[in-house]
Design a protein around this ligand. Structure first.
Ligand code: HMG
Length: 398
């Protein structure tokens, strides 16, 4: 087993072409928009165009990475998602083709609610540890959908985060100790016959806190760094106030000496992007990481704790250290452009999109060209999903 440091060599995120201000939903529901803006800490949510889905989001997030680093060393691509588009074929196979990866590659999909990208990252790290010449592309991608008028409606969103896992990583070296927790609980789930998730909101919040507590205790027993040795905390963020609730809980169970102001200061940079994207399920914690990296200067040598939770439920806590010189590898301008380049839609448009379902017959169902991204879902024909590259209509930096 090699002792070469392994971790995140590059990271990039993508979101949809459309955005909805949560005030629009509050107005329709007749409630105070502050409940969303400050009560749950969400301002906007990304809404997919008709030709965007988890595959196009994933390929858009990963394209700048393969363009920068090349494709030759990538022998594994993992797509982590709970927004499966097929019961059998892995979304990673479509992403593999769109990115032009070599044929001598494994392509696979991971699922366990919002946790699966963390499992993918650990799996990737193990592959690289075994053969440091290889690089693994991990892409977390999801579209969060709940029923209209449900408590979950304002916590929808969509996004993808792509990471290149490699030896001698330029951005974050992962530390080996992790804390784990699994429990069979029905806090949030999506049965096969539904395209919106079911959730017991209050139970899900309790389950999240309980799982993080037990994963933290396991991490401590395994010899992980203590609270005081950690500089920043990146949580799964179904809504950004959830990270604040979880961190306050952690402060209590770790008996840490910290003030409310310090809690806010340490979390705020990781909340900025998710406040605008909404819940991107398994991508959310990694978009939080991008937000932290893009919004704090001089993180060299800082230790970040990652607190990953997926309903159902599985939690994992691990740490990583930001590498010297990491800042020159970031994509801050491209990420700002992705958020600012979205087109705002109104309630009528959002409702029409929400009502749309996938055809179930074998006919031809082309989608209109709406996306500003590099790839599009061209529609369904003969029960087959069609994807194609598209000349990017925006002038986003890469
Ligand atoms: P709710 O029941 O409508 O909201 O839905 P509430 O009444 O609990 O209010 C929310 C907060 O806003 C409260 O603050 C209110 O006081 C405050 P808190 O008591 O929590 O501190 N509030 C206001 N603040 C300012 N001005 C006002 C105002 N009014 C009220 N005027 C809930 C909230 C999160 C339950 C809902 O959005 C939901 O069901 N979301 C989906 C489930 C979810 O996100 N769960 C999170 C944990 S599970 C998880 O993270 C996994 C997940 O990502 C899926 C996966 O793993 O795959 C979901």
């Amino acid at each position: 087993m090699s002792s070469t440091p392994v971790g995140i060599h590059d990271i990039s995120f993508a979101t949809t072409s459309l955005v909805l201000d949560l005030g629009v939903i509050a107005t329709r529901m007749g409630i105070d928009p502050q409940k969303y803006y400050s009560g749950i800490g969400q301002v906007e949510m990304s809404v997919p165009a008709r030709d965007e889905d988890i595959v196009t989001l994933a390929a858009n997030a990963a394209l700048p990475i393969v363009e920068r680093h090349g494709r030759d060393r990538i022998r594994t691509v993992i797509v982590a998602t709970e927004t499966g588009i097929d019961q059998s074929k892995a979304a990673a196979v479509y992403v593999h083709r769109l990115l032009g990866l070599g044929e001598n590659c494994r392509a696979v999909e991971f699922k366990q609610a919002c946790y699966s990208a963390t499992a993918a990252l650990q799996f990737a790290a193990a592959i690289v540890q075994r053969d440091p010449q290889q690089q693994v592309l991990v892409v977390a991608t999801d579209v969060a959908r709940y029923d209209l008028q449900s408590s979950g409606e304002p916590t929808q969103g969509a996004g993808a985060a792509a990471m290149l896992v490699a030896a001698d990583p330029a951005i974050i070296a992962l530390e080996p100790v992790t804390g784990l927790y699994t429990e069979d609980i029905m806090d949030f789930w999506r049965p096969n016959h539904r395209d919106t998730a079911l959730v017991d909101g209050k139970t899900s919040i309790r389950a999240y806190l309980h799982a993080i507590e037990h994963a933290w205790q396991d991490a401590q027993r395994q010899g992980a760094p203590g609270f005081e040795q950690i500089d920043y905390f990146c949580y799964h963020q179904p809504f950004t106030v959830m990270a604040v609730k979880a961190h306050r809980h952690l402060v209590k169970i770790a008996a840490a000496q910290t003030s409310s102001a310090q809690v806010d200061a340490v979390l705020e940079p990781s909340l900025i992007y998710n406040r605008q994207v909404g819940n991107s399920y398994t991508a959310s914690m990694y978009i939080a990481l991008v937000s932290l990296l893009d919004n704090v200067a001089q993180l060299d040598g800082k230790r970040i704790a990652f607190l990953s939770y997926g309903s159902g439920c599985v939690a994992e806590i691990f740490t990583g250290v930001v590498q010297p010189g990491y800042a020159s590898h970031l994509r801050t301008a491209a990420h700002a452009a992705a958020l600012q380049g979205r087109t705002a839609i109104d309630d009528a448009d959002y409702l029409a999109r929400h009502a749309q379902t996938q055809p179930t017959d074998a006919g031809a169902h082309p989608t209109p060209h709406e996306t500003t991204g590099h790839f599009r879902y061209a529609g369904l024909s003969g029960n087959k999903r069609l994807y194609e590259a598209t000349p990017a209509r925006s002038d986003r930096a890469s």
